[in-house]
Design a protein around this ligand. Structure first.
Ligand code: SER
Length: 670
């Protein structure tokens, strides 16, 4: 690390502010403007259709929609929010490693007004913090304001334009150059396809050596002019039919890219030197991870950034691998600390893919099969646990999960390599099958560029465009699935009484009907239907009304203590106030059987594998159960023993009993 350019990367920068100073400075600044400092919410989102918490505003949605009142006086808050953008509407996974400023996990610094201040204050304070307190050179700042096209919502954001224009003029800069119009794509922010949204105004920073681009690089995806802060003026609710209704109040939602600001301030030596590369990865948020990785791999990070995806030089591959692993180990540590462990479905599967991508890049660095990811965890914990104590508290779990997963994947990887070899032997020729390359990618988590390198080594070619076509089809499919990515316009204001422990049907009041993600949901005051929670799927059944008319109930979502029945059809005529609810008993009995079997499995795991088996999640459905747990690998003999113990209890027809206890007591009982 002491040789060549790398000494520049790892040399301590003589900066006044390091990353944690910057975070604190942001929070202090807004605390000084009467904002309450609130903790980050979990990466496990409360909105049922989000994969991960993907923006600072997620936890505040009920305040924006006017469903709940914010508990702050004045109604302002500031925080640093843990975000993962690795799936769904906001997904940066493919960029990570190949540039200097995108991440799967990042912190978003934000300030919030819930019907309190609006554009003028938000913009003036952003300027005060960035240009005056932190001294970003104003001549390098460019801001965008919303300029709608034909048919787009709202009108030109004159107010934001005028506030910015005055600020630039005050320091002798021409607003015609520094205030740039932006289209709906860049300047109208939405969290999902529905929900709170509005025009936004972004601050971009020119990182070219001369700083004289005159705004030409704004929004072109150049690493030399990057967005550092997005100020969103929430004033609409996006409806399912594509229309926008004004919200009862207007709000501010800002999001600053913390790692970007840290990278800029540290790499430019607090704006003294624009002659060197600026990269988030050269900030002290990543430096300890890279030092450890360099020690483990005996490779040097030189910070090269390839401009293409294939035919990388060996140094480019090493540098991409450092960035991928550095990014991913943070994502993995934070996800696991919040209870999102690698798995086979949904967000857990995304986490598993991230982990596998990191391990594959570890192989580029020559890191073998004995597990390296967990050795980086301590660098992440030491750097970030002062701000996120959950990392320290969960450090052992993170290490354990990563070790187990890495061992598992190393076996999968070897299998993938064998499949690749078989394919090469069974289908000899000059061209490697794009279907096989896609299958390796999709099923075995093999990056296509790895396949390409391996087959090229064998003198074959791979038609990357053909693989890309297959990936496009798959992306299109997941994008279509994404249409459910909506902000639930449902609230938890009317609690539902669950009566399903001893009744299969009940009379109920229909309190409200709402639509969400194309589904019709009915809030009821009483429910014999169990709602989807704790890994157990919900009951299904029917809703009867009027003169024996019926609507199918396809599932039940729970928000707070309110139950929303998902309806498979609509009502004929007037919407009834009183309804009769009946569960599908056969379906419920199967769920009950799988629920009991889950307890049996948990018991058998404790008996056979050990008391330290800890449950990490479970799925209880009508046709199956799944039980996630942490432990040392389970041997084939143990699996047999577990099966026998569970089956024996079922064959014995042992009685099932249940007991209702306060939650705390359950947790402490042996
Ligand atoms: N919600 C906006 C964003 O995520 C600003 O916080 O960019």
């Amino acid at each position: 690390l002491s040789r060549g350019n790398s000494s520049r990367i790892f040399a301590p920068h003589t900066v006044a502010m390091n990353a944690s100073d910057i975070r604190q400075s942001f929070l202090d600044f807004f605390q000084g403007k009467e904002h309450t400092v609130v903790p980050s919410s979990s990466l496990l989102p409360s909105s049922p259709n989000l994969l991960f918490t993907n923006a600072g505003m997620n936890q505040f949605v009920p305040y924006f929609l006017g469903e709940q009142s914010p508990p702050y006086s004045p109604a302002r808050a500031t925080d640093t929010q843990k975000c993962i953008r690795a799936g769904g509407k906001h997904n940066d996974l493919d960029e990570v490693g190949f540039d200097t400023y995108h991440h799967t996990f990042f912190e978003m610094l934000g300030n919030w007004s819930f019907g309190d201040y609006f554009k003028r204050e938000a913009i003036s304070w952003a300027w005060e913090l960035v240009a005056e307190k932190w001294r970003f050179p104003a001549s390098r700042l460019y801001v965008t304001v919303y300029r709608p096209g034909e048919g787009d919502p709202a009108s030109f954001d004159q107010e934001s334009h005028d506030v910015w224009a005055t600020l630039f003029e005050r320091v002798g800069l021409d607003p015609k150059i520094h205030v740039v119009g932006g289209t709906r794509k860049d300047n109208f922010w939405m969290m999902g396809d529905t929900g709170p949204c509005g025009p936004c105004s972004e601050i971009h920073f020119d990182l070219t050596p001369e700083g004289d681009t005159g705004g030409r690089l704004v929004n072109l995806g150049s690493p030399l002019c990057i967005e550092i802060w997005n100020l969103v003026f929430i004033q609409f609710n996006a409806n399912l039919d594509g229309s926008f209704s004004p919200l009862p109040a207007r709000h501010v939602d800002t999001g600053m890219g913390f790692e970007r600001v840290a990278g800029i301030i540290e790499c430019t030596d607090q704006f003294r030197d624009f002659g060197t590369r600026v990269s988030n990865y050269d900030s002290d948020l990543f430096r300890p991870i890279f030092l450890k990785l360099a020690e483990l791999s005996q490779q040097q990070y030189l910070g090269t950034v390839p401009t293409r995806r294939s035919n990388l030089t060996s140094q480019e591959k090493v540098d991409v691998a450092f960035r991928v692993i550095g990014d991913h180990v943070r994502t993995l540590s934070f996800a696991i600390a919040d209870g999102i462990i690698p798995g086979n479905t949904d967000r857990n599967y995304v986490v598993r893919r991230i982990l596998r991508r990191a391990i594959l890049h570890g192989r580029y660095l020559g890191l073998g099969t004995d597990g390296f990811l967990s050795k980086l965890v301590n660098s992440v914990v030491n750097t970030l646990s002062p701000a996120f104590p959950e990392l320290k508290a969960q450090e052992n779990t993170i290490v354990e999960v990563l070790d187990n997963e890495e061992a598992l994947f190393n076996r999968t990887l070897d299998r993938g390599l064998r499949i690749l070899e078989d394919e090469l032997v069974n289908h000899p020729g000059k061209v490697f099958s794009p279907d096989a390359a896609f299958r390796l990618y999709d099923t075995y988590g093999f990056p296509v560029d790895l396949t390409e390198v391996l087959v090229r080594d064998q003198g074959l070619t791979l038609d990357l465009d053909a693989v890309e076509d297959r990936m496009k089809v798959q992306r299109e499919r997941s994008r279509a699935a994404q249409e459910k990515d909506v902000v639930a316009p449902i609230s938890e204001d009317v609690p539902t009484q669950f009566v399903g422990f001893d009744r299969d049907e009940a009379e109920a009041k229909l309190v409200r009907l709402v639509t969400q993600g194309g589904e019709l949901l009915a809030l009821v005051d009483t429910s014999p239907f169990y709602a989807e929670m704790g890994g157990q799927i919900s009951d299904t059944g029917e809703l009867l009304y009027g003169d024996s008319q019926r609507v199918e109930v396809t599932g039940v979502a729970k928000r707070g203590s309110s139950f929303y029945l998902k309806l498979g059809g609509t009502f004929d005529g007037e919407i009834p106030a009183d309804v009769w609810l009946r569960i599908d008993q056969a379906h419920r009995r199967k769920i009950e059987a799988n629920h009991s079997a889950t307890h049996l499995l948990h018991w058998a795991l404790h008996e056979v594998v050990g008391r330290n088996v800890s449950q990490k999640g479970s799925l209880v459905a009508a046709d199956r159960l799944r039980f996630d747990f942490n432990s040392a690998p389970v041997t084939a003999d143990q699996v047999r023993e577990i099966e026998q113990s569970v089956n024996q209890r079922i064959i014995n027809n042992d009685p099932v009993s249940w007991l209702e206890l306060p939650y705390n007591e359950v947790k402490t009982r042996p």
